[in-house]
Write a protein that binds this ligand. Sequence first.
Ligand code: DSN
Length: 433
Amino acid sequence: MSDYSRFYPLVSVQDPELGTILDLEVWRQSSTLQLIASENFTSKAVLEAAGSVLTNKYAEGYPKKRYYGGNQYIDRVEELARTRLTDLFSADHANVQPHAGANANAAVFLALLKPGDTVLAMRLDQGGHLTHGSPVNFSGQLYRFVSYGVTPSGPNGERIDMENLYHLARTEKPKLIIVGATAYTRIIEVEPLRKIADEVGAFLMFDAAHVAGLIAAGVYPSPVGSSKSGKNTGADVVTFTTHKTMRGPRGGAILCTEELAGAIDKAVFPGLQGGPLEHIIAAKAVAFKEAASEAFVEYQKAVVANARVLASALESQGFRLVSGGTDTHMIVADLRTFDPELTGKEAQEVLDLAGITCNRNQIPYDPRSPFVTSGLRFGTPAETTAGMGGSEMSYIAELIGRVLRNRTDEAVVSQVAEEVTLLCSKFPPPFMQ
Ligand code: DSN
């Protein structure tokens, strides 16, 4: 391991205990493969803004409506982030204060629902998110969630079951319909959902946590709605995280129609959060500027192209792909065709030993529990940022197949780990460059 103290010279001297741990994480991020679909490498400018003096400031409230003095420059930071975000997505209104995607979703529920209200959302075990009504999450405890899922596997299978969704919308009369998922590899078109929401008088929320960067770059259709002129053909609210395909700092954001702007802002603050993290909001502003560039469009096209190559190379290794492939940055692989005995848990652990970082994931109608699973989820955002392309994706699939086929053979696991280190040394993440 090299000396990474140049990244945190004061920490390494003043707090060597923490410095050593940071060294290890820098080593891990730069010398092993980052294939978790919800992760990315930010630019150095994003890191710099996130580590800026703005962390010293209390700014409860919103620009020009703060509860503390001394916010004249902070206001400009937050205004910049909001304007860049509304411009990027042609949105009526943006709130950049949510500390995370879960907070963004919670704020929407607080703004639009009363406890006990019915919400229609995607099943967690078929691709949905914890905050979409899981019984162990506040969402499932405060609201009455009804879930739709995906169609059975087969040609064009494992897609959102629109017939069932429509049926549930008409019979359950939800106040809110949520679309958008954490393990769904196909494009979700907003127009038919808007029609269903209008017919049953529901609000429509699109959780774009995973695909926000793809949307910003125009490689995924925009679900963002507007109430400014005529009929809204998009979602009433779009929530997302800023650290996945958006490639910004860890955090959340909300876009909504002009009509809902006041309610959403009130729900974020004072409804849910206190002082905003203005250093993170500054880093979001940097990321939103980066996302408006031509280079970002090219990057997102490469993310999707890499995912397609990785998907088909994994299929050649014997994995069945949920939905048969991907339109996005993400792949969900069913391990049972590769080896019926292999669980997602064991596969994730062996891949970790070989320096290939991904996460186990349930597949639709998975007979195994969420802790064990029959699937693995992979994503290309981080390694595409590091500069990898199609030939590296094919090679990675071969490494994954080789190590999982020989998972009890320590020599093979070590050999793959060495090859991973060599590969990663040729594609350093931005913070190493
Ligand atoms: N959205 C989850 C993921 O996709 O990893 C984290 O909450």
